[in-house]
Design a protein around this ligand. Sequence first.
Ligand SMILES: *Cc1c(COP(=O)(O)O)cnc(C)c1O
Length: 217
Amino acid sequence: MGLEAIKARVAAAEAAAGRPAGSVTLIAVSKVQPLDRVVAALEAGQQVFGENYVQEAAGKWPDLRSRFAGVSVHMIGPLQTNKAKLALDLFDAVHTLDRPSLAEKLAKLAQARGAAPQLFVQVNTGAEPQKAGILPDAADGFIASCRQMDLPIAGLMCIPPESEASSSHFKLLAEIAARNGLSGLSMGMSGDFESAIAHGATHVRVGSAIFGARSYG
Ligand SMILES: *Cc1c(COP(=O)(O)O)cnc(C)c1O
């Protein structure tokens, strides 16, 4: 599909939703993609990228950041507490703040550094047992406890269940954000980013539609 085509579709979805041009940040999800594809996107002017794995990002982005100015890299995969420190060296944003122990760890690290990354609380909108994230009923309390720790929360993130239409999950995430005074909404992937934008997404995470299918192994 390609970067230019996806940027055009993001712009069209913004316009269709009556939202200002540029109000949605397109995160190009580069996990597991061959380096030449990532470099091509950088050369085409893309500056915001998403990664799922700390080790993979550590092997890639320090070098790419030295070659391309203005890049920001967002962590969108599960973050182990023992990798939180390394993650803060690597990432400008973390979309997967999904449990109290990670919040406590990030709060401590942020205090020591005097700076925190942009943070999104991951909400398990489908209450799926195998999926990470704060359950919808617990979200208000978790957000309040993060604020008590002086952790600045930019917004919420969700990964809807694969077997369901994502729109009801986008709606639920937007409701939880609104009642907590949060403006950031990280939702929408290759298959549903236009619907996410219609429901207020501020950050869409698009991988395969930009770079092509990922081949693992
Ligand atoms: C891999 C991934 C994406 C991108 O998925 P595509 O379907 O390739 O667009 C988005 N969000 C998360 C959390 C991911 O792990």
